[in-house]
Design a protein around this ligand. Structure first.
Ligand code: NDP
Length: 282
């Protein structure tokens, strides 16, 4: 590591921040790449976000991740957005370009990279459970790959319908909103089911309300939940013979993409995955 160059800083802003697996991964990856960079985890309340972003500018931070509740609120504080972040209306990754702070969203891209290890969504029939931040990011990136059909299944009709309308207006894909009442029966024609709700976070036995009889071995089942990674949905799907993808790959991939955006250097994904597993004690 260089001893005379100024140490570079990136940060994660969220609230409340109770330990951060991304910090652990990033710092391991900086060390492995011999970069004198630090990743700070900062708890920032909503009413202080604008001051915090001014602080980032003043202190020359190279960028940062923005988590709940800042992913939408940070937009007007930035100088530009990637096309996908603009479409999603949410940013989770900011980087510096000279004096400008630019917003991107790496959640959906990180998910797509994971998905592509099992199936390419092009021309496939995709079902997304949820219409919150993670679901929006995934739905936009999946829609941009031109699947045959995209169904948004959500408990609250307002959020679900709004996301389906947005994607129908802004992409060429057939997108439908499906109200989620009782146990959802996965259509026989579906190729991929994605749980992008928060069900399962911190509870390995939490049940995603789907009809388990509709899990078929030809269906790829993906879950965004990474803690714990073996969610009940993933276990049930594996038992039914479905190929499965847990949320760890998405978390590692979005961190790999952020690392590259900030530093211009490709990190070692194995170092990041190992750090994540160590942090989560898997
Ligand atoms: P949001 O709060 O924005 O959205 C939550 C979604 O879950 C909404 O669609 C909500 O439905 C739905 N939901 C919650 N509880 C239920 C329930 N009991 N029944 C039906 N639907 C329910 O959260 P995010 O989208 O930001 O995050 C979702 C999850 O994704 C989190 O657990 C997060 O940890 C994970 N995540 C994982 C990442 C990774 O890298 N692996 C990256 C980013 C997020 P409704 O609209 O009806 O309230």
């Amino acid at each position: 590591m260089s001893s005379n160059a100024l140490q570079q800083i990136v940060c994660c802003m969220g609230q409340p921040v109770a330990g951060n697996p991304t910090q652990f991964m990033m710092e391991r990856a900086f060390a492995a790449a011999k970069l004198d960079w630090r990743y700070l985890t900062l708890e920032v309340p909503p009413e202080k976000l604008a001051d915090a972003v001014r602080g980032m500018r003043a202190m020359g931070f190279q960028g940062g991740n923005f988590t709940i509740p800042h992913k939408v609120a940070v937009l007007p504080l930035l100088d530009g957005l990637s096309p996908a972040a603009e479409l999603m209306g949410a940013v989770n990754c900011v980087h510096r370009d000279g004096d400008r702070l630019l917003g991107a969203n790496t959640d959906g891209q990180g998910f797509l990279e994971s998905l592509r290890t099992l199936i390419d969504p092009v021309d496939k029939r995709i079902v997304i459970l949820g219409a919150g931040g993670a679901a929006r990011a995934i739905a936009v990136e999946v829609a941009l790959t031109k699947p045959a059909e995209l169904s948004i299944v959500n408990r609250s009709p307002g959020r679900g319908q709004e996301l389906a309308n947005l994607l129908s207006e802004r992409t060429q894909v057939a997108v439908h909103y499906v109200p989620w009442e009782g146990d959802y029966a996965i259509p026989e024609t579906a190729d991929v089911l994605i749980n992008a709700t928060s069900i399962g976070l911190g509870d390995a036995n939490a049940r995603v309300p789907i009809d388990p009889r509709t899990l078929r071995s030809t269906l790829v089942v993906a879950d965004v939940i990474f803690n714990p990674p073996r969610t009940r949905l993933i276990r049930d799907a594996a038992e039914a013979g479905c190929p499965t993808i847990d949320g760890l790959g998405m978390l590692v991939n979005q961190a790999v993409i952020g690392f590259k955006i900030w530093t211009g250097v490709a990190p070692d994904p194995d170092v990041m995955r190992e750090a994540l597993e160590e942090y989560l004690e898997i």
